[in-house]
Structures are given as C-alpha cells and as structure tokens.
Design a protein around this ligand. Sequence first.
Ligand SMILES: Cc1ncc(C[n+]2csc(CCOP(=O)(O)OP(=O)(O)O)c2C)c(N)n1
Ligand SMILES: [Mg+2]
Length: 297
Amino acid sequence: MTGESCGLFEYGHRACGGCAAAMAARTILDAAGKDTIIVSATGCMEVFSTPYPETAWKVPWIHSLFENNSAVASGIVASLKKQGRKEKVIALGGDGATFDIGILCLSGAFERGHDFVYICYDNEAYMNTGIQRSGATPYDASTTTSPAGKCSTGNRRPKKDLPMILAAHGAPYVATASVAYLPDLKKKVEKAIATEGPCYLQVHAPCCTGWGFEGEKTMTIGKLAIETGLWVNYEMEDGKVTRVKKVVRKPVEVYLKEQRRFRHLFKPKLNETEIAKIQAVADRNAERFGIDIKLKK
Ligand SMILES: Cc1ncc(C[n+]2csc(CCOP(=O)(O)OP(=O)(O)O)c2C)c(N)n1
Ligand SMILES: [Mg+2]
C-alpha cells in the first residue's frame, strides 16, 4: 500500500464504491484500537478485505467459517484469559452469517457469557453470493431467491428481531447503529468493548449493488431508513431499552422509491396495499420504541 493511511483499516481493498460495510469496518477499528483481534465470518467483508496475499486489516485477523464464527471468537477469548492477556475480541459477520447460519454458535457463546463483541453488518441479504434473501431481508424486498414478479411482491417474511433475541440471552449491552451515523457507531463500539460480557451490535449497512442505488447515496439511504422508522437506532442495557434516536418521521415511500429492490411497488403501477403494509411496519417500530418527535403547533 502507498500514500496516506486510513487508520487500522487500509484502503486499496476490493469493496464497491460506496460500500457501507467498508465504512463500518474502518469506524469499528477506529473505536477498538490496535489491541484488537478480529474474527470474520465468510461474506463480502471478508472477501473484499483479504484478497490473498493482501489484507486491509492492520490488526490480527482470522477467517472462520459461517457456522463457527462465535465459537472461534469464544475460544480466543478463553485462551487470552488463561494467558492473562488484555486484547479485545470482535467477531464480525454479515446478516446471513449472523441471523441464519451462525446463530447456533452465536447463541451458545452468549449463553456461556464470553467477554467479546459480536458485530453484524446488516446489508439485508446474502450479497457476496448474488443477493439471496436472509432472515434480515425486509418485507417485500426483491432478491434473487424472493424475486418480485407476476405472482409475488418480493420477500414474504418480516425481518427477524435478532437484537431482542440476544438481549433475551441476558446480554448486558445490545445496540443498533447505522453507517449513516458513524460517530454514533463509534461510541457504541467503544461502549460494547468497555462492557464486560457478550455484547451485540447490529449495523445497518446499505448495499448499493444489492439494493440498487448509486454508491454516492449510501449515507442518504441509511438516513432515510431511520427517518422513516424502518430502521431504529437504539441501545439496550441489561434487557431494557435505554436510548433511542428520535425523528420527525417521513412516509416510507421516500426510502423505498430510491431502491431497485422495491421498484415493483411503484412500477408498472403504484401498489398502495403493499406500501401500506410496509408503512405499518414503520408505525409499529415508532410505537414500540417511541421514536416520534412531536412537533409543537
Ligand atoms: C456453510 C456455507 N454456506 C454457504 C457459503 C457460500 N457463501 C459465501 S459468502 C455468502 C453470503 C454471505 O452473506 P452475509 O453473511 O449476509 O454477508 P454479505 O456477503 O452479505 O456481506 C455465502 C452464502 C459458504 N461459504 N459456507
Ligand atoms: Mg448480507
């Protein structure tokens, strides 16, 4: 690598222009510092950041399988403890790795209570293998395994509520974040590292290739997810929601219409019934987390 350095996550990797996962990686390492060991499941982040024999990671980094990401991390944590060493361990996985394929080991590691941070960068599908749906794919999104067409309006199932599942394991700190608010993400990584026990962060990571938007719009799309209530940034401490980002909500159309994965809801004609169902998801989020800022008249 030549030129100016970008901190502990070096540029020159193979991510798409505007890749949210790359922004998340840099921010995570900014927060974690050099005494960190990264365990990475298979997925876009692993593939674009470590094309053999190169790597963008300037800290120790190990590639696990999909299934055993949290088991590898917990083994390293146990070994460091035995040796009296102080490095922090962060396990990183995409939504497919986290919500679906790795959930067994993730649940086990949280149950055992290892002191590590698990961070899921959530781009809402299996992107590296060609945009297949995962348990994190939102309702009505078109993917290659939930294609919108004559007989379908896209993904039939709601997004799995993984933060709540991990909070139910007794995790001391669980939070959601977005690459649209990187300083907030940084603070949450610092907090998760400073908290003893297994902590979970889920980072909304808009994917220009998989969702169908220009790479320069990553931040705009991320902000719109929050401003519509379709993504909520919150923190949970010992099972209770302690902090929530409030917004003056916009209708969900402003988020949906920017992305090719929801194009079928607008063309060839406006599908008001399906858009109303997505609006209901945002309304439920708003009620559950109390995100609405009430404007004074
Ligand atoms: C056990 C196993 N199943 C399937 C694959 C193929 N595979 C490689 S990357 C990938 C997609 C990962 O999706 P996600 O975890 O969401 O990360 P993303 O690529 O979206 O960043 C898949 C299915 C694999 N490597 N191992
Ligand atoms: Mg993914």
